[in-house]
Design a protein around this ligand. Structure first.
Ligand code: HEM
Ligand SMILES: [Ca+2]
Ligand SMILES: [Ca+2]
Length: 298
């Protein structure tokens, strides 16, 4: 059972320790907040928020979810291990890796200028993981709006919250391999601003192997958690096909407009969506554990 003061007795300074470690990480790498935010989504989307994404391959028993091509360019797993070590030194065996992932993503949002979000704690860590499940459940950048809405509706999100949670793409980057298809062979309904397309083609000139080294930013302010992502969508500057479709689909377009016009409205919808995302299929003490090391089950 999760609660807002879960570690009050067992590790009263848990949130403070996580925050202190993170500030150190953020100061040396301005792109770290984006990485933590995506890491949480990719954890919660596969088996739920149970730190399954942090497990390394272990003999023949586990194959890491990182083997999935959908986890391409996932970063900062080792930074979560660093935060875990700091917590183990003070309160051994208490704070789950799944909670650290949720706290790291939450701090990433506020550190980047976004809303401060209160989240309940008490997630347990999985004993297993499956890269086949990662392949099956992590969405493709060309997912349809229908499947997109279904994905987040199944986490209890409203239409508005579902659009808001994709506003996470206000931070970070995408690699050329995820956009070359729409740059050189777009589907007829997939519209993009002409100038923007020309710029992206310069950054991603061909479908050669370089495409997984080269990247472009998700919106024009990739280290600031603002509503520029939605402003850009309305100008035909969405990076992935699903981003762009939110601005054209009649169900989501009015919401994109509202978020582009009113940042605090976006923040409110994002905050409630974030609490739902980070509470997906949480394990209780019976089925999960608190790992001693995030990369290995106990
Ligand atoms: C249908 C849903 C989604 C799809 C298809 C999608 C797809 C993608 C893709 C293709 C990338 C680029 C990866 C790369 O090439 O480096 C990306 C990046 C990112 N995604 Fe998503 N995403 C979705 C939802 C979310 C959600 C719900 C969040 C967080 C709450 C999120 C947070 C991020 C962040 C922060 C980045 C930038 C990562 C970095 O700079 O390292 N995404 N996403
Ligand atoms: Ca997981
Ligand atoms: Ca931004």
């Amino acid at each position: 059972r999760m609660s807002y003061d879960y570690y009050k007795a067992s590790c009263p300074n848990a949130e403070e320790i996580v925050r202190r470690e993170l500030v150190g990480i953020f100061l040396v790498d301005a792109t770290a907040p984006a990485a933590f935010l995506r890491l949480l989504f990719h954890d919660c989307q596969v088996q739920g928020c149970d730190a399954s994404i942090l497990l390394d391959a272990y003999g023949s028993r586990t194959e890491s979810e990182m083997k999935s091509y959908r986890n391409f360019a996932i970063r900062k797993r080792e930074a979560v291990e660093q935060i875990k070590s700091a917590l183990e030194a003070v309160c051994p065996g208490q704070v789950s890796c799944a909670d650290i992932l949720a706290m790291a993503a939450r701090e990433s949002v506020s550190f980047s200028g976004g809303p401060r979000i209160g989240i309940p704690l008490g997630r347990k860590d999985s004993r297993t993981c499956s890269y086949q499940r990662a392949d099956a459940y992590l969405p493709s950048p060309s997912i349809s709006v229908d499947s997109f809405l279904q994905t987040f509706n199944s986490k209890g999100m409203s239409l508005e919250e579902s659009v808001a949670i994709l506003g996470a793409h206000t931070l970070g980057v995408g690699h050329c391999l995820n956009i070359v298809k729409r740059l050189y062979d777009p589907s007829p309904a997939d519209r993009m601003d002409y100038t923007f397309q020309a710029q992206l083609r310069l950054s991603c000139p061909t479908t050669v192997p370089l495409e997984n080294l080269t990247f472009v930013s998700n919106d024009i302010t990739p280290v600031v958690f603002d509503n520029q992502y939605f402003v850009g969508l309305l100008m035909g500057r969405g990076l992935f096909q699903i981003d762009a479709s939110l601005a054209s689909d009649p169900r989501t377009q009015p919401i994109v407009r509202n978020f582009a016009a009113d940042q605090s409205y976006f923040y409110r919808a994002f905050s409630s969506a974030f609490v739902k995302l980070s509470s997906t299929n949480v394990l209780g003490s019976a089925s999960g554990e608190v790992r001693r090391q995030c990369s290995h089950a106990n």
